[in-house]
Design a protein around this ligand. Structure first.
Ligand code: KIV
Length: 283
């Protein structure tokens, strides 16, 4: 297959052709190689790494330096997927100039292709400023985990007519401000459908039903690697925790029983050198 790097134009073309867009998170080189090899359209280096990689209770404490570190690792492993670097909390809320600088660093030092930020109408001027600096921006509305305190928990958003209508207005405003795509997280399927129909740019759903232009899931969730939270919207394709633990237990047992390493895992020595070496120990 003559595979090319996926661009934001390719993602837009998929919406036009009504071909679903696939997106997964990845946080390191090995994960990125695996996701890329599967032909996934886009990789999100999500600030969810705060929870699934760093063991934090939320994404709020994640820093720019941590994001850049993981973005660089993913960029080394993924040749084809469109790479989206998640702007962490407080990297774009303080001022437009800080937002542009941090978004620019994601491209310059993190080697990603675009950035994602959370929020609706309240981030419109920020989105405009980043896009005007030549940086493609993916929006993210609905359940926005960086605002978990304000939302009062990880709850489905847009369940009332007023809240749903506001999500539609947020999405339209983000599109008008220049976003090239929007993540819809944890919103009722009919609301995501209404947004997807009204937008020219692609919607990428996570817990937003089947009508979005694309779907995104978290790497550790689909592989069954993270057991602290298991949202209803996750489809677990593998349950790797148990086989991995079993492999580690086998290693532990082999070491305890001196079954590992065997000759095939050890380095031999030339017999003359070995003799000389033994003599040198006697002297
Ligand atoms: O950080 C992340 O992984 C995300 C996805 C859940 C969309 O924002």
């Amino acid at each position: 297959m003559n595979r090319k790097k996926t661009t934001i134009l390719d993602l837009q073309a998929k919406k036009t052709r009504k071909e679903p867009i696939s997106m997964l998170t990845a946080y390191d080189y090995t994960g990125a190689v695996l996701v890329d090899a599967a032909g996934i359209d886009s990789i999100l280096i999500g600030d969810s790494l705060g929870m699934v990689v760093m063991g934090l209770e939320s994404t709020v404490p994640v820093t720019m330096d941590e994001m850049l570190h993981h973005c660089r690792a993913v960029a080394r492993g993924a040749k084809y997927a469109h790479l989206v670097g998640d702007l962490p909390f407080l990297s774009y809320q303080v001022s437009e100039s800080e937002a542009i600088r941090n978004a620019g660093l994601m491209l310059k030092e993190g080697n990603v292709d675009s950035v994602k930020l959370e929020g609706g109408q309240e981030v419109i001027t920020t989105v405009r400023a980043i896009v005007a600096a030549g940086i493609p921006v993916m929006g993210h509305i609905g359940l926005t985990p960086q605002s978990v305190s304000k939302l009062g928990g990880y709850k489905t958003q847009g369940r009332t007519a007023i809240a749903a209508r506001r999500l539609v207005d947020d999405a339209l405003a983000l599109e008008a401000a220049g976003c090239y795509a929007i993540v819809l997280e944890a919103v009722p399927a009919p609301v995501a459908e209404a947004i997807t129909e009204r937008l020219n740019i692609p919607t990428i759903g996570i817990g937003a039903g089947p009508h979005c232009d694309g779907q995104v899931l978290v790497y550790h969730d689909i592989l069954g690697l993270y057991d602290k939270v298991q949202p209803r919207f996750v489809k677990q394709y593998l349950q790797l925790q148990q086989p991995i633990t079993e492999a580690f237990e086998s290693f532990r047992d082999d070491v305890a029983a001196r079954k590992f390493p065997t000759e095939e895992h050890s380095f031999a020595m030339n017999s003359d050198e070995l003799e000389l070496f033994k003599k040198s120990l006697k002297g």
